[in-house]
Design a protein around this ligand. Structure first.
Ligand SMILES: Nc1ncnc2c1ncn2[C@@H]1O[C@H](COP(=O)(O)OP(=O)(O)OP(=O)(O)O)[C@@H](O)[C@H]1O
Length: 298
C-alpha cells in the first residue's frame, strides 16, 4: 500500500515531465480520481443494460477508426470518422434514452419524496399497505397480478391504454380486480397519486435477454420500470412469487416484509435533500441492494 502511495504520484510526476511541482501532481491525481469515479458510476448505471452493448460497439468502431488511420486507408478512415462523431451524439441521446431517463429520475427521487404534502404522504402510506396486503393474498391464492405505482414518471399514457376507474386504492379492490375470469383481471392496474386510476392496462415489454426464465407479465413489469420511474409489483400465477421492478431491475422472491420495506423506501421515505442527498445517492454502496440472486438486472 505504501509502495503504491509512492509509486503512483511518482509515475504521474514522470508523465507530467521533470519540472512538475507536487501541486501539479496533486491536481493531476485529483483529476484522475474524479474521472475514474465518474466512469465507474456511469458503468454501474448502465451495467447489464443494452447500453453496455452499444458502448462496446462504439469502442470497436473507435478501434477500427484508429486502425484505418494507422494503415492509411483514407476512404475507410473518413467514413468511420464521420460515422463515429455522429453516432456518439445521436447514440448518447437516442440509444441511451431509457438509461438517461432512469439516471435522471434516480437523482430526482429525493426531491419527489421530499416534495410530498402531508396528505399525499398519508395516501402513499395507504398505497404501500394496500399493495403489500393485496400482493401477499394474491400470491397465496396464486392469482397473477401486475400493479404499477406512479413515482416521478407520469403513468397517464399507460392508464389510457386500459379502463378508467379512479377509485380509492384498497387491497380489497385490487383482489377483486385480479380475480381470474373477471372482466378487468388481464393486464396491469395503474395507481396514480394514491388512487387506483385504471385497470387492464398494457405495459411495454422489455427486450432484455437477461430475463429468460420469466414470462410476459414479468417482462412487462421490467419494461415499464426501464422506461418510467415507477414501482411495478408482479405476482406470479405460476409460482405464487412476489417481485418488484424498479429502475429496470427486477427484485424477485420478496416476502411481505421485504416488499413493504422496498415500497416504503420508494414511495414514502424521503432521502436527504441537497448536496447531502446527492452524495448519499451517488455513494450508496452496491451492498445496500438486495442480494444478487434476487435481482435480475436488464
Ligand atoms: N404487455 C403487457 N402489459 C400488461 N400485462 C401483460 C402484458 N403482457 C402480459 N401481461 C399479463 O401477463 C399475463 C401472461 O402472463 P405470463 O404467464 O405470460 O407471464 P409470467 O411472467 O410467466 O407470469 P406468471 O408467473 O404469472 O405465469 C397476461 O394474461 C396479462 O395479464
Amino acid at each position: 500500500m505504501t509502495a503504491l502511495a509512492v509509486a503512483v504520484p511518482g509515475f504521474v510526476q514522470y508523465l507530467l515531465g521533470p519540472g512538475s511541482t507536487w501541486r501539479e501532481v496533486g491536481l493531476a491525481l485529483a483529476d484522475l480520481a474524479v474521472v475514474g469515479f465518474l466512469v465507474y458510476r456511469v458503468l454501474l448505471l448502465i451495467r447489464g443494460t443494452r447500453a453496455i452493448n452499444v458502448l462496446v460497439g462504439l469502442f470497436l468502431l473507435g478501434i477500427g477508426y484508429l486502425a484505418s488511420q494507422w494503415a492509411n486507408l483514407v476512404a475507410l478512415n473518413w467514413v468511420l470518422g464521420h460515422f463515429l462523431s455522429y453516432s456518439f451524439i445521436f447514440g448518447v441521446i437516442v440509444l441511451f434514452q431509457a438509461d438517461i431517463r432512469r439516471g435522471l429520475a434516480h437523482l430526482g427521487r429525493g426531491t419527489f419524496l421530499v416534495g410530498l404534502s402531508v396528505d399525499e404522504r398519508h395516501a402513499q402510506v395507504g398505497v404501500v399497505d394496500a399493495v403489500a396486503r393485496a400482493a401477499v393474498e394474491l400470491a397465496r391464492r396464486r392469482h397473477g397480478a401486475l400493479i404499477a405505482v406512479e413515482r416521478i414518471g407520469d403513468l397517464s399514457e399507460i392508464a389510457e391504454t386500459g379502463v378508467r376507474i379512479d377509485a380509492a386504492a384498497s387491497a380489497e379492490l385490487l383482489l377483486a380486480l385480479f380475480q381470474p375470469g373477471g372482466a378487468l383481471h388481464d393486464g396491469a392496474v395503474v395507481l396514480q397519486r394514491g388512487r387506483l386510476a385504471a385497470a387492464r392496462c398494457l405495459l411495454p415489454l422489455t427486450v432484455s435477454p437477461k430475463l429468460r426464465d420469466v414470462g410476459t407479465r414479468h417482462r412487462a413489469a421490467v419494461g415499464l420500470a426501464e422506461e418510467v420511474d415507477a414501482a411495478v409489483v408482479v405476482v406470479s400465477e405460476e409460482r405464487g412469487e412476489i417481485s418488484l421492478a424498479v429502475e429496470g431491475v427486477l427484485h424477485r422472491r420478496l416476502d411481505e416484509g421485504a416488499l413493504r420495506q422496498l415500497l416504503a423506501r420508494l414511495l414514502v421515505e424521503p432521502e436527504p435533500r441537497g448536496l447531502a442527498g446527492l452524495l448519499a445517492r451517488v455513494a450508496r454502496p452496491p451492498s445496500q441492494d438486495p442480494p444478487e440472486d434476487r435481482r435480475a438486472a436488464v
